[in-house]
Ligand binder design. Structure first.
Ligand code: GAR
Length: 212
């Protein structure tokens, strides 16, 4: 295996449409300098696992429910990521907040996609459809998604890429979620992962700078 090709491990918990976007981008040759080497799910029945298997990618389950507290789960995840020789870790709809043991082992080597314009509608409790419910309740006129580095602060790491969509008067959480996924998440996540593998993102004074 080419040592210059980075191992990308993708963490999932659900449907895996962001994983699919990464797989599709990879098959189009758009992930430069890396390859998805393994997918790890926190749930045994996540459809994302099926997507990985169909694409011939190693799929593993590290079930959150098999661990009492988050410390034990985080330790097991850190050990699994090390065993998989992960260079970069991508949270693609991964719904568990891992503790500092994992962040410390992979400093600025983990990215997450969040379905809102951070610092709005983020942090503990803001995940999946809840994010879009909160955005609609506030009456925001634009929303979007953010790809950022994972640090110890939930959704607080340096922002890498953001993109926006307009909110329609008759949006439901589901229609808004879909528009954000199609127009922002599925495009920006593969782009950010490629930039990362190519070494085109630097962090200085808590800010990420992208060499576009
Ligand atoms: C995506 O919208 C992702 O941004 C969000 O969950 C959805 C997962 O969909 N992630 C979070 O809310 C994390 N805080 P997917 O499984 O189809 O990629």
């Amino acid at each position: 295996m080419d040592k210059n090709i980075k191992n990308i491990v993708v963490l999932v918990s659900g449907g895996g449409t962001n994983l699919q976007a990464l797989i599709d981008a990879q098959s189009r040759g758009e992930i430069k300098g890396g390859r998805i080497s393994c997918v790890i799910s926190s749930k045994a029945d996540a459809y994302a696992l099926e997507r990985a298997r169909k694409a011939g990618i190693k799929a593993r389950v590290l079930a959150r429910k098999d661990f009492g507290d988050i410390r034990d789960y985080s330790k097991a995840m850190r050990d699994t990521l090390t065993e998989e020789q992960a260079d970069f870790v991508v949270y693609a709809g991964f719904m568990t907040i891992l503790d500092e043991q994992v962040c410390k082992a992979f400093p600025y080597r983990m990215v997450n996609v969040h379905p809102a314009l951070i610092p709005s509608f983020c942090g503990k409790g803001f995940y999946g459809l809840h994010v879009h419910e909160a955005a609609l309740a506030k009456g925001v006129k634009v929303s979007g998604a953010t790809v950022h580095f994972v640090t110890e602060e939930c959704d607080g790491g340096p922002i890498i890429l953001q993109g926006t969509v307009e909110v329609a008067n008759d949006d439901t959480p589901e229609t808004l979620q879909r528009r954000i996924m199609e127009n922002v998440e599925w495009k920006l996540l593969p782009k950010a992962v490629s930039l990362l593998c190519e070494g085109r993102i630097t962090v200085k004074d808590g800010r990420a700078f992208v060499d576009l």
